[in-house]
Design a protein around this ligand. Structure first.
Ligand SMILES: CC(C)(COP(=O)(O)OP(=O)(O)OC[C@H]1O[C@@H](n2cnc3c(N)ncnc32)[C@H](O)[C@@H]1OP(=O)(O)O)[C@@H](O)C(=O)NCCC(=O)NCCS
Length: 202
């Protein structure tokens, strides 16, 4: 079943996957494609042609401008913004109003399972790696590696998070290895700024 509240504004040619819910006053624009079991919270905005994978959660008043591309299981916190115009102007240098043809939209790409905290801003073009976490209020201006935990303005990586979203802790006596305190899963740092999942025996 697809649930679309009466006050939501969903374009006729938007595609909404089975099991998804679009809450009050949310807007889903033309050509947007939402996967299965997505939740779009009250007042959220999903731009023209934006793609959401399955099981994405877009919290209240988040603004997802095109051409954002979200993989499966992405979480966008309340009032977060994914921008699309790197050098915004309402008018051209000669003072005339800019039209859609006068600027080039750039997008935010977010990998599987990643989470964007409340009121964070991702300044396009930028890629957030799978399972990364962007802290509440951060402003992301550079790509975030998979499993990266970034905070602040501008956002800097302060550590790693695992699939559960919990900060990873170093494994005593094993240089470059990290463990999830919640799931026990093991990870290894490679090339300084990259993290991979590894099997327990590795
Ligand atoms: C970033 C976050 C995941 C860190 O959580 P954590 O791993 O438990 O880390 P801690 O709270 O121990 O904080 C670690 C450090 O980061 C800092 N920090 C935490 N959150 C921060 C944020 N949002 N912005 C800037 N710094 C932050 C802390 O002050 C602390 O700094 P210190 O080591 O100098 O004391 C968490 O604070 C956060 O922002 N979660 C997102 C919440 C959210 O937006 N949810 C959306 C649904 S409501």
């Amino acid at each position: 079943m697809i649930r679309i509240e009466e006050s939501a504004d969903v374009a006729k040619d938007a595609t909404i996957g089975e099991g998804s819910s679009i809450w009050h006053l949310a807007q889903v624009r033309e050509g947007a494609r939402l996967g299965k079991n997505c939740v779009v919270g009250r007042g959220a905005y999903i731009g023209t042609g934006v793609h959401l994978g399955d099981n994405c959660k877009i919290q209240n008043y988040a603004l997802v401008y095109e051409p954002a591309d979200l993989a499966d299981g992405v979480f966008i916190g309340p009032a977060a913004v994914l921008t699309n115009d790197h050098h915004p102007r309402a008018i051209n240098p000669d003072g005339t109003a800019k039209s859609a043809d006068d600027w080039e939209a750039v997008g935010v790409t977010i990998g599987e399972g990643a989470a964007i905290g409340a009121r964070a801003v991702c300044v396009a073009p930028v890629t957030i790696g799978p399972w990364a976490t962007v802290a509440a209020g951060a402003v992301v201006t550079r790509d975030v590696p998979p499993f990266g935990l970034v905070v602040g303005v501008p956002a800097r990586r302060i550590g790693w998070v695992g699939r559960a979203g919990v900060r990873l802790v170093p494994v005593f006596g094993r240089e470059g290895y990290f463990k999830c305190p919640e799931t026990g899963a093991l990870y290894r740092e490679v090339a300084g700024n990259d993290l991979r999942e590894v099997e327990p025996h590795e």
